[in-house]
Ligand binder design. Structure first.
Ligand code: SF4
Ligand code: SF4
Length: 181
């Protein structure tokens, strides 16, 4: 059985790898925007976008953090770009146990791109605003999706903003207390 359809704004960031210079402004902007308090620090290790750099081949690939996965992949693809071989991990957006990318350096908690959700909303995500070379292009489009999917994503965004504001431990403690009541 299919649920009710709802209109939803899909947000995309198109990446033009040929225009990326590897300047890493996107990493700095993302980490500053998500610092607590906001803009209080810059640390690319906390960024939800990382630039895969190979200066010898002049290849720079910005990758935004996707979701957390509990187990590393069983098999991986190998990619050849301009004659140089890359493992699938190089361009993978997942926070996973087998590498350090997309993990909060102090706590080890996974980092995920939230499209810079804010109130009031930004005109464009911070990484896009910071990219002077037009390697990152922001686009919005409307799509029909299942109502359940919209609700789940709304909850994920609400949870993340609570964690940002109060810290993960406090939020989890509160949920545990509410579950008991
Ligand atoms: S959209 Fe926002 S959260 Fe996502 S990578 Fe860009 S700056 Fe970071
Ligand atoms: S700011 Fe733009 S050009 Fe610089 S590393 Fe990021 S995507 Fe590449």
């Amino acid at each position: 059985m299919t649920g009710e359809k709802k209109k939803k704004i899909i947000k995309d960031i198109k990446v033009d790898v040929d225009k990326c210079t590897g300047c890493r402004s996107c990493e700095m902007a993302c980490s500053a925007f998500h610092a607590v308090p906001k803009y209080s620090s810059i640390n690319p290790a906390r960024s939800r976008i990382r630039v895969i750099v190979d200066e010898l081949s002049d290849v720079y690939v910005p990758v935004r953090a996707g979701g957390y996965i509990q187990a590393e992949c069983n098999g991986r693809n190998l990619y050849t770009v301009d004659g140089k071989e890359y493992s699938e991990c190089s361009f993978c957006p997942a926070s996973c146990p087998s590498r350090d990318y997309f993990k909060e350096p102090d706590s080890g908690l996974p980092l995920k791109c939230d499209m810079c959700e804010d109130d009031p909303p930004l005109s464009e995500p911070m990484c896009v605003q910071a990219c002077e070379f037009d390697a990152l292009i922001y686009e919005e489009r409307e799509e029909e999706v299942e109502e359940e999917e919209v609700k789940r994503e709304d909850m994920e965004i609400a949870f993340e903003s609570l964690v940002k504001k109060h810290g993960k431990k406090k939020v989890m403690d509160t949920f545990a207390r509410l579950a008991k009541d």
